[in-house]
Design a protein around this ligand. Structure first.
Ligand code: NDP
Ligand code: 2IT
Length: 448
């Protein structure tokens, strides 16, 4: 044990020295290294080839200026990035985030995580992530369009259906993908699957918008089944009110659960009777069409609105679906104290390491983001296949594929994370299962 923690400290010192100040990236690597270092301790092939060290270094990072004009005619400047993390098992694949908090550290953590997540889907996709420190809030459609066009004018040099295939993430949904695809097509005169999350009319896959949230609920469902339990009758606390949160809420309701909360950066709403499907549709319209705030729900339906995060609301299951580090150690403790039996992470790295340790100590069911939210990128992978074959699958087919992929991810977590006595460490299982495929491909390539 003492040796394992010394190994981890040693490894992390190297990561911190090479990536100074990148706290989110350090955190993501540490979560993985804590389970992979003991796993490879007796596997010299991985150690001698420095596989984990190589996996912790992105293949390539590009950073570029994005200049655009706002509606008043002012010239504005933002910084864009694409982190091409690892393409050992397929083209780089991962979302684009537009949010003022975007830094290289955030995108490196996301690209690193994406490599493991994409491997878990069993589809041929490497890991990447991109974005810009652009704040879409309060911008007109035309401002968003001009920003997206300028962003793609530079990004076009680095992407392609066999090279790097971006998609959406925070602040990037169907509208933004449309503007970026339009500009890509205009610049290259190519119509192909360079982006996923496209509109249905131009090659987008059915079920892609729903896939991340639905998938995270399927993971929750599979975890509960291992304890002979189900979602029906469970009270759920969910954060966020964007793409992932609203579709997670929808699937919880479909399964007979009750959704008590949703949130945004202004605070959370608490609907004691449970958010209905009709009210959920109202929230989707509020967010997608009117670009409004979640506090408006409280005014419209007489629910409670509170500033801050929802984790003090007693629940059976929790689904953080907003952003990274939105559950700290004391919030994790609060969830457990109030009787929460399962956490399924729709957002990427929403729980700090201290919080994860609380879940593991309490032995509650805990699906880390790289396993729980993989349904989105998996369906992106299915969109890539449809585009490459110039076909489109029916909803029933996609629905079954998504359900099966999530069950397979759950099974992989159980295979590599079973601790005896029926307890599964899903974090360990997801890390090892995700690592193996990428690591073995890297070994096959030799020293590159
Ligand atoms: P959206 O932009 O659709 O929604 C984001 C939601 O999270 C909004 O409600 C937003 O509130 C809230 N939020 C964002 N940043 C913060 C913050 N710093 N503090 C508090 N609330 C915040 O994004 P998605 O739903 O697509 O993404 C949500 C999470 O899921 C992210 O972690 C993303 O990486 C992850 N994810 C997304 C996938 C996808 O397919 N879209 C796939 C896998 C993971 P506000 O409007 O006030 O900013
Ligand atoms: O974090 C993620 O997995 C995503 N934002 C989706 C990536 C994708 O390529 O669909």
């Amino acid at each position: 044990m003492a040796t394992a923690s010394a190994d981890l400290e040693n490894f992390m010192n190297g990561v911190k020295r090479r990536n100074p100040g990148e706290s989110e990236f350090h955190q993501a690597v540490q979560e993985v290294a804590a389970t992979i270092l003991p796993y490879i301790a007796d596997k010299p092939a991985y150690k001698e080839s420095m596989i984990l060290e190589r996996m912790s270094e992105p293949d390539r990072v590009v950073s570029f200026r994005v200049t655009w004009q706002d509606d008043a005619g002012n010239v504005r400047v933002n910084r864009g990035y694409r982190v091409q993390f690892n393409n050992s098992i397929g083209p780089y694949k991962g979302g684009i985030r537009f949010h003022p908090s975007v830094t290289l550290s955030v995108l490196k953590f996301l690209g690193f995580e994406q490599t493991f997540k994409n491997s878990l889907t069993q589809l041929p996709m490497g890991g990447g992530k991109g974005g810009a420190d652009f704040n879409p809030k309060g911008k007109s459609d035309r401002e968003i369009m001009r920003f997206c066009q300028s962003f793609m004018t530079e990004l076009v040099r680095y992407v392609g259906p066999d090279v790097d295939v971006p998609a959406g993430d925070i602040g990037v949904g169907g509208r933004e993908i449309g503007f970026m695809f339009g500009q890509y097509k205009r610049l290259t005169n190519r119509f192909n699957g360079v982006l996923t999350g496209k509109g249905r009319e131009y090659g987008g896959s059915l079920l892609r918008p729903e896939a991340t949230g639905y998938g995270a609920v399927y993971m929750l469902e599979d975890m509960l089944h291992t304890r002979g339990d189900a979602i029906e009758g469970k009270k759920a606390v969910i954060s966020g009110s964007g793409n992932v949160a609203t579709h997670a809420a929808e699937k919880i309701i479909h399964r007979g659960g009750t959704v008590l909360t949703l949130s945004d950066s202004g605070g959370y709403i608490y609907d004691k009777n449970g958010i209905t499907l009709e009210r959920l549709q109202w929230i989707k319209d509020l967010k997608e069409k009117r670009r409004g705030r979640i506090s408006e729900y409280a005014d419209e339906f007489g629910a409670e609105f509170h500033e801050g995060r929802p984790w003090n609301v007693p629940c059976d299951v929790a689904m953080p679906c907003a952003t990274q580090n939105e559950i700290d150690g004391s919030e994790a403790e609060m969830l457990i104290k109030n009787g929460c039996m399962a956490v399924s992470e729709g957002a990427n790295m929403p729980t700090v390491i201290d919080g994860i340790n609380k879940y593991l100590q309490a032995r509650i069911l805990y699906a880390p983001s790289k396993a729980a939210n993989a349904g989105g990128v998996a369906t992106s992978g299915l969109e890539m296949s449809q585009n490459a074959a110039h076909i489109s699958w029916k909803e029933e087919e996609l629905s079954k594929l998504l359900r099966d992929i999530m069950s397979n991810i759950h099974a992989a977590c159980v295979e590599y994370g079973a601790e005896g006595g029926g307890y599964v460490d899903y974090m360990k299982g997801a890390n090892i299962a995700g690592f193996r495929k990428v690591a073995d491909a890297m070994l096959a390539f030799g020293v590159v």
